[in-house]
Design a protein around this ligand. Structure first.
Ligand code: PLP
Length: 487
């Protein structure tokens, strides 16, 4: 006699049997046979395992196939996908930083799908240099003698230090030993680049004499790091760039500046707070300047190194340049982005980063009034929605203190345990087909509309917000946090 579990196990259909069912043909056409067989096998194995554990099993062939179909869909849908960045941080590192201009996207597509003269001199037919495609623009826009491009600014800093200061000391102010986004720390990059950090001054004050007293035969360079994601305020002192340049020159040392964001235009002309430009730092006497391509510049991820010919030539010859170089797609997008800077008048229209940064508060508030009714309807019964004044940030380390006046919508949950319910609203917005990312402040979920481009698309999916499950999620969250706090 078979026991009931064994009977049930025999009743679970075989892989072959399921493969013969009609709907499977459509699955195979869509996902390919190997993936379908693998998924059916996995689902059936799970059912068998459930039997051993007294769990409820499904023996119905149609429902088993439905499970397989859902699994296949989930497993093959794109992992990297668009989201609505309503965090209020325009250059959000976790959301991919700068949105590329249309012309850059077109240039990237061209480079992806066609053969290009990446390292080929069309004039002489000889081998060319890949950075040459952007060198002229970078020289023109920064006033530097020459330029080169690597994978990102962290790579740029690494390559500069590794080339110019290997096994020697680099003098940096204690107030500038920054960490960016957890993974990029100046002291760590310096160690990996093979140089010794010579810290001078104190956290809040560093003077010219601190630098001059630190110079020795071991010194390879003086470096200044733009304090991009924080500000030291109060009783502070730092040495102006031109004074540092003079000290470096006096001791025949290169003066390096890591700008981080580095805007190619003076942001003040667009009514934004000032951010140092590579042109200013070069004019102040910097010998090599590094900055990011996908921060304020508004282009693809890359790191720009601009400065003196003889130093850049050495950096170019470093074997690590090959390991850190950018691909044709990045170069195509970067060239197209830089070309837009030829006409600063059109820049706010054509460069998404600058367009979003300069959106006036009044315009954003008008947009908030337009989308408010759809949001009110979507969260009805679960939360109250109201238009609020808020402050956006540039992000990615630029201008940490200054905030941009903006407008948004605050969703305040109606549930009793408010702190956790705001998180439940955030979960529901993230679960939309195009996930909406906002931020939680106090007991409210805030959507800053500064970066809301596709307003129609945003409104069109709001009816899918799981209002019912939002209500249950609110309780679930409350339950979960209860269990957590009981532990
Ligand atoms: C952002 C930043 C970096 C790192 O640049 P990535 O492009 O993220 O590699 C380095 N230094 C400073 C000062 C920065 O702001």
């Amino acid at each position: 006699m078979l026991n009931p579990a064994a009977t049930a196990r025999r009743a679970i259909p075989s892989v072959d049997r399921l493969l013969k069912l009609d709907p499977v043909g459509a699955l195979i056409a869509e996902y390919g046979r190997p993936l379908v067989v693998e998924t059916i096998r996995a689902v059936l194995d799970e059912q068998r395992a459930l039997l051993n554990g007294d769990g409820a099993v499904s023996l119905d062939e149609n429902s088993l196939l439905a499970t397989c179909s859902a699994r296949l869909h989930a497993a093959t849908s794109a992992s990297l996908k668009p989201v609505f960045n309503l965090t209020g941080t325009v250059l959000h590192t976790n959301l991919g930083r700068a949105l590329l201009p249309q012309t850059a996207a077109q240039a990237a597509l061209m480079a992806m799908t066609r053969a290009v003269n990446l390292e080929f001199d069309l004039g002489g037919g000889a081998r060319g240099e890949r950075d040459s495609h952007v060198e002229a623009w970078l020289k023109r826009l920064t006033g530097a003698e020459t330029a080169l491009v690597v994978n990102n600014n962290a790579a740029a800093v690494y390559l500069v230090l590794n080339t110019l200061a290997l096994r020697k000391e680099v003098i940096v102010s204690r107030g500038e030993l920054i960490e960016i986004g957890g993974a990029f720390r100046i002291p760590d990059i310096m160690a990996r680049a093979g140089c010794r950090l010579r810290e001078v001054g104190t956290t809040n004050r560093t003077h010219a004499r601190d630098y001059t007293q630190a110079v020795s035969t071991r010194t390879a360079a003086i470096m200044k790091v733009h304090a991009s994601n924080y500000a030291i305020q109060g009783f502070t002192a730092s040495v102006p760039e031109d004074d540092l340049a003079a000290i470096a020159r006096e001791h025949e040392l290169p003066f390096l500046i890591d700008l981080g964001s580095g805007s190619l235009v003076d942001l003040e002309r667009y009514g934004l707070p000032h951010e140092p430009t590579p042109r200013e730092t070069i004019a102040n006497g910097a010998d090599v300047v590094t900055f990011s391509g996908d921060k304020l510049l508004g282009g693809p991820q890359c790191g720009l190194i601009v400065g003196r010919k003889e130093l850049i030539a050495k950096i170019r010859k470093n074997p690590m340049k090959r390991a850190l170089r950018v691909d044709k797609v990045t170069l195509a997008a970067l060239e197209a982005t830089l070309r837009l800077y030829a006409d600063p008048e059109r820049l706010t229209r054509e460069l998404p980063t600058l367009r979003l940064l300069t959106r006036p508060r009044a315009e954003i508030e008008t947009q908030a009034q337009r989308v408010l009714p759809a949001i009110v309807a979507a969260v009805a019964g679960c939360a109250d929605a109201q238009i609020i004044a808020c402050a956006s940030q540039i992000g990615s380390g630029a201008l940490p203190v200054e905030a941009l006046p903006s407008a948004g919508i605050a969703l305040t949950p109606r549930a009793k345990r408010k702190g956790t319910a705001a998180a439940a609203i955030a979960d529901a917005f993230r679960a939309l087909p195009v996930p909406v990312i906002g931020r939680i402040k106090g007991n409210a979920f805030i959507l800053d509309l500064r970066c809301l481009d596709d307003e129609a698309g945003f409104i069109a999916q709001l009816h899918q917000l799981k209002i019912q499950s939002l209500a249950t999620e609110v309780t679930e969250h409350t339950e979960k946090s209860k269990t957590r706090s009981n532990k």
